[in-house]
Design a protein around this ligand. Structure first.
Ligand SMILES: Nc1nc2c(ncn2[C@@H]2O[C@H](COP(=O)(O)OP(=O)(O)O)[C@@H](O)[C@H]2O)c(=O)[nH]1
Ligand SMILES: [Mg+2]
Length: 226
């Protein structure tokens, strides 16, 4: 059965004025609404986004997770797609992410970098730590809920708006991705994955500061384990 639904693309963005225009323009044909959630950028992210045709709202200045939560609250579509503003994700994958939801086969669909490959997870010690850590957390989730996901941390994903709102997400930083997965599993929502390639961010540096926040990822798993 085909389930129609309007798509809102939610783009959390903090100081991404160099890449965001191209991202909005190339995503436009695939979605009904583009909502940029600005993390109090000090560059022209807001202006560039509005000019490119996106609706822009501000987060509360607490981090990417905060931005995602604001996006979930403000979106007008029936299906949400989250995509980063740094050029890591290919807008052409949006329809693939949404398809299982439209077909009524899934409530959330994650773009798997393990199935699609990543330019940001291999090659140096920082990336090795990031990938290994994320695999350990993934194993904990898989055995706890008896599933076999391959990527629980990619931000490129689609979810039914109603489902996202029912999760009452609380995380303020990048830990929101794993929180979303665990809360879906707890509530017995169906999660599926499609392959998606992760490209290197086009400009600037990642906002993730693992040296300062790594323990929060483990703590978040513990918090939602039972
Ligand atoms: N709204 C909002 N977006 C943010 C914030 N921090 C990062 N982002 C955005 O979240 C996305 C992912 O961040 P990024 O730094 O690329 O992290 P990584 O992909 O995990 O290395 C990018 O589009 C960032 O601009 C924030 O505090 N608020
Ligand atoms: Mg990135």
């Amino acid at each position: 059965m085909l389930r129609e639904g309007k798509i809102t693309l939610v783009i959390p963005a903090k100081n991404e004025s160099a890449s965001i225009q191209e991202i909005i323009t190339s995503a436009k044909p695939y979605v009904d609404e583009i909502l940029v959630v600005d993390g109090h950028s000090t560059d022209a992210t807001r202006e560039v986004s509005e000019k490119a045709g996106a609706r822009v709202v501000l987060d509360n200045g607490k981090g990417k997770g905060d931005g995602i939560r604001v996006g979930i609250r403000e979106a007008r579509g029936d299906i949400l797609v989250f995509m980063d503003a740094d050029g890591s994700h290919d807008p052409k994958d949006i329809l693939r992410l949404v398809q299982p939801i439209r077909e009524g086969k899934a409530d959330m669909v994650i773009g798997s970098r393990m199935k699609g490959g990543s330019d940001e997870l291999h090659g140096d010690i920082g990336r090795f730590i990031r990938m290994t850590g994320s695999h350990i957390l993934l194993l904990v989730i898989n055995y706890r809920w008896n599933v076999r996901l391959t990527d629980c941390q990619n931000g490129f994903r689609a979810i039914r708006t109603e489902v996202a709102r029912s999760l009452n997400l609380e995380e303020n930083i990048h830990t929101i991705e794993e929180e979303m997965v665990m809360k879906c599993l707890k509530k017995k929502y169906r999660i599926s994955e499609v392959p998606s390639h992760e490209y290197e961010r086009k400009y600037g540096k990642s906002t993730l500061r693992l040296n300062r926040t790594w323990y929060k990822f483990g703590f978040c798993i513990l918090k939602h384990f039972f």
